[in-house]
Structure formats: structure tokens, C-alpha cells
Design a protein around this ligand. Structure first.
Ligand code: MN
Length: 132
């Protein structure tokens, strides 16, 4: 199996270089285009300048965290409706609830499942297409 995607653009916000490379390599291999940011401020800027189909947002980031970054995206009309998915190692119910309440479209748990990941991301892209 290789390409499942059709050039959908995914913005990956992730401060861990290894995690970032894994996500990028998997997505590119499966036919996505990617943009990358190692911190939330850069991610928020890239989101408004390049309108990705989906944003994969790490939660623990240097500077502002992923939840605050989502608030900033929601506050800007250019990015308010974007599909933003939390990518986190936390599976604690209290955190899951916090992410849902913050307005994330969903959660992908780290470490990512390399087999499932491209399909998970594509499903979020499709959701985002359905809304537009
Ligand atoms: Mn992190």
C-alpha cells in the first residue's frame, strides 16, 4: 500500500524532532503534503497563511501549549473553522475531556500507530471537506 491521500495538506505541530519526522514521512509516503512547525506560535502563523486541510497539534510544546494554540486559531476568522486534532500521550479521561471541551475534532494517541495513522488523518481531512 502506498498513496491513500490525494495531496491533502496536513500541518504538523510537534516539538519532538523524531515524532515530527515519523509523522511527516508516513504522511508523505501515503500521498499527503505536509507543513511543519516545532512550536505553537509558528503553527498558528502557518495555519493562517497556508490553510491546511487538517492540523495535527501536539499538546506539550515550548511556549504556548496546544490547547492555547487552538484558542488562538478559533479566535481568528481565517482559521476558526479548521479541523484541529490533538496528538498526545495522555489517555487520562480528565485530559480527554479537556481536549474535547477545548474544541479539538478528536485525539490521536502517541506513540502513533504507524499502520493506522495515515487512515486516521485522511478521515479527519474528509470531515473537513464535508464541512466546507
Ligand atoms: Mn511535545
Amino acid at each position: 500500500m502506498s498513496s491513500i491521500a490525494d495531496g491533502q495538506l496536513v500541518l504538523i505541530v510537534e516539538d519532538n524532532a523524531k515524532n515530527l519526522k515519523l509523522a511527516r514521512d508516513l504522511l508523505q509516503y501515503h500521498g499527503f503534503r505536509t507543513l511543519e512547525a516545532a512550536d505553537a506560535e509558528t503553527g498558528v502563523e502557518l495555519a493562517s497563511s497556508s490553510t491546511p486541510d487538517v492540523i495535527l497539534m501536539d499538546i506539550e510544546l515550548p511556549g504556548i501549549d496546544g490547547v492555547t494554540a487552538l484558542e488562538r486559531l478559533r479566535a481568528n476568522p481565517a482559521t476558526a473553522d479548521m479541523t484541529v486534532v490533538a496528538v498526545t500521550a495522555s489517555v487520562m479521561p480528565v485530559d480527554q475531556e479537556r481536549f474535547a471541551h477545548a474544541g479539538f475534532a478528536g485525539v490521536i494517541v502517541k506513540p502513533i500507530d504507524v499502520k493506522a495513522f495515515p487512515g486516521q488523518v485522511l478521515a479527519y481531512c474528509r470531515r473537513s471537506e464535508d464541512r466546507s
